[in-house]
Design a protein around this ligand. Structure first.
Ligand code: GLA
Length: 383
């Protein structure tokens, strides 16, 4: 019987060895170290991806979580543009999903129940009457295995996790792989997701990064200007479950087809904004006839000049304006994260799809492969 301590030591020796490789001049290798040890005794790796343009992404093997992303402002000064914690305990006990990989099902499933293959499936409920972000212990709270897959033109981290049959109530043993890719010459972070199952199941994976493009995470994100390439959204009930309607955004505070500050209409007297305590909704992305990546969202932060473009193969995007941040979470550098100090753009299939036949299907058949891609692309501009 190999003790946990021995496994831990072996992991640390491996990590140190991996770093020796860096020191020995294998330029394209990731920098690897230990981020911490979980309460259960698992050693968690910290992987640093860098490029020739000064961008740095840091990902940990706990939750396949993006913990830091440094990008330049219009003066060339780099700053961290995502929220997170300084230590592993923050991620283990935190409830905000900062930077985590979300699965098996991103967002909500009504009553945690859905029909599949003529039977009702019951998954764990962790958000009032509903299931949220994969249930009580979602993929963001699991220990993943990390492997360096860097190439000459990009640094690449591959993370994998096997979700056993029945985990959180979901049928099928799901083998999941996520890669983070930072190209040497471009300031963009690409995330690819793959999954296969041995029984029919559902799969809807995403990343839950909170962005604050000002680089100052103590500030509100209400001045950021947003564009969403969507003319419809999926309105919700008071528990944030879609009603099934695809509603036109035209004439509502949900119309982001032209750039407008996130805060411009967030306090309007609108039932949907009340249900979400701000924006916490899924937009139906405009799809051209071409398959593949499409531009879904653009965000501009006026003081820093940073621009974020989000491209995805997914049909939907959850724009969440950080309405559950309440100033209690102490984030990186001991910063208290205020109400609406970050926003999320979660590329996804629509919430509660397994209960809506008119939504694109999230079913993954035994033997089939799920694949989804999202790119967060950064640049700067003047006003
Ligand atoms: C998603 C949900 C929100 C909230 C956050 C995490 O964006 O739609 O309602 O649960 O995750 O706090």
């Amino acid at each position: 019987m190999i003790s946990r301590g021995a496994v831990r030591s072996a992991c640390i020796v491996f990590l140190l060895f991996a770093n020796r490789l860096n020191a020995d001049g294998m330029k394209h290798k990731l920098h690897v170290s230990e981020f911490g040890t979980t309460q259960g005794g698992d050693s968690i790796g910290r992987f640093v991806l860098t490029n020739d343009r000064g961008a740095v992404a840091v990902v940990i093997s706990y939750g396949a979580t993006l913990v830091s992303l440094r990008m330049s402002d219009r003066m060339g000064r780099a700053a961290d543009v995502v929220l997170g914690y300084d230590n592993l305990a923050g991620y283990e006990y935190g409830k905000s999903y900062f930077g985590g990989t979300i699965g098996r099902y991103g967002n909500r499933i009504a009553g945690g129940q859905f029909p599949l293959g003529g039977k009702m499936v019951q998954v764990s409920k962790n958000d009032g009457p509903n299931s949220l972000h994969g249930g009580t212990t979602g993929f963001n709270k699991r220990v993943w295995a990390g492997v360096d897959r860097s190439r000459d033109d990009a640094q690449v981290l591959e993370l994998s996790y096997v979700s056993p049959d029945g985990e959180e109530g979901y049928p099928g043993r799901l083998q999941v792989k996520v890669t983070y890719t930072l190209p040497a010459k471009r300031n963009e972070l690409r995330i690819d997701y793959w999954a296969t199952t041995d029984k029919d199941t559902v799969s809807n994976l995403t990343n839950h990064s909170y962005f604050n493009l000002s680089g100052v995470a103590s500030t509100e994100i209400l001045e950021h200007e947003l564009v969403l390439h969507a003319s419809r959204f999926t309105p919700v009930d008071s528990t944030l479950i879609p009603t099934g309607e695809l509603r036109a955004v035209s004439g509502t505070p949900f119309d982001f087809r032209k750039p407008i500050a996130i805060g411009a209409r967030i306090n309007h007297d609108d039932e949907q904004l009340k249900f979400g305590k701000g924006y916490d909704h899924n937009w139906v992305l405009e799809k051209s006839d071409k398959p593949g990546l499409q531009l879904a969202a653009e965000v501009f932060e006026p003081t820093s000049g940073r621009v974020l473009e989000v491209l995805t193969t997914e049909p939907g995007i959850q724009f969440y304006s950080g309405n559950f941040l309440d100033g209690a979470a102490r984030g990186k550098g001991g910063e208290l994260y205020a109400y609406r100090a970050g926003f999320c753009l979660e590329t996804q299939h629509f919430p509660d799809s397994p209960n809506h036949n008119n939504f694109p299907s999230t079913e993954l058949k035994a033997g089939a492969t799920y694949h989804s891609t999202t790119i967060f692309r950064f640049s700067t501009r003047e006003k």
